[in-house]
Design a protein around this ligand. Structure first.
Ligand code: AMP
Length: 219
């Protein structure tokens, strides 16, 4: 799932993972969980995440490589969230999956003005990554509706860090869309609208791809 910060990638990836019963692999969630558990990730990784910088490709790629070794990724597929974020990472992912490849890249689009509004009010579950907003908090005080975890504001959802992350997105991640257009297939889907509306759009697009793929396999 590609798209700038605040496009709704996390929310839509959680929905896809429930809908298709596939693991949701989010590098951001994995990194935050590792930091919370006190695992050593090397110098200054915590600071880099809090200030919204990208981590070294090798670190993130090795983490994803280890995750993709687990059996649950081999049954019905998986959805990747926040990875790849650079062309180097996309190339590394390609080698990890070879001779197979990702089925598709979904590009969730949203105007930057809306992103700022969404991120400033965003709250997330520290355990499962489910997304909330100050205007739509969980039913019970700061307790995640999905898993019961604690709902918090992310350290990197400050104005400075948001600006840095959007800059990095334009420089490092946006070129991935052209890369995937060349090497795989990209479906651009508008991320504007309610979670349900956008979710229905994404699932319709994925289903239509799966139908086409299954028809061509049967032929
Ligand atoms: P996210 O939750 O996807 O926004 O990720 C939070 C932070 O984790 C990012 O701002 C980066 O500091 C780091 N991070 C997550 N995924 C990657 C990645 N694929 N490459 C480099 N850094 C990453």
């Amino acid at each position: 799932m590609l798209g700038k910060q605040g496009a709704g990638k996390g929310t839509q990836c959680v929905r896809l993972s429930h809908h298709y019963v596939i693991p949701h692999i989010s590098t951001g969630d994995m990194l935050r969980a590792a930091l919370k558990a006190g695992r050593s990730l090397g110098n200054k990784v915590g600071d880099a995440i809090a200030s919204g910088e990208l981590l070294a490709d090798e670190l993130v790629v090795s983490m994803v490589a280890e995750r993709l070794e687990q059996d649950d990724t081999r049954r019905r597929g998986f959805v990747l969230d926040g990875f790849p974020r650079t062309i180097e990472q996309a190339k590394a992912l390609r080698s990890l999956l070879a001779p197979a490849d990702v089925d598709m890249a979904v590009n969730l689009t949203i105007p930057t003005a809306q992103v700022l509004k969404r991120l400033a009010g965003r709250r997330v579950c520290a355990d499962c990554g489910a997304n909330y907003h100050v205007t739509a908090l969980p039913k019970v005080d700061w307790t995640c509706d999905v898993c019961g975890g604690e709902v918090v504001q992310r350290e990197d959802d400050t104005e400075d860090a948001i600006r840095r992350r959007l800059g990095l997105y334009e420089r490092e991640t946006a070129p991935l869309i052209a890369w995937y257009e060349e090497h795989s297939r990209v479906m651009s889907i508008s991320g504007v609208g309610s979670q349900d509306t956008v979710g229905a759009r994404v699932i319709r697009a994925v289903d239509s791809y799966l139908r086409r793929r299954d028809r061509s396999v049967r032929k």
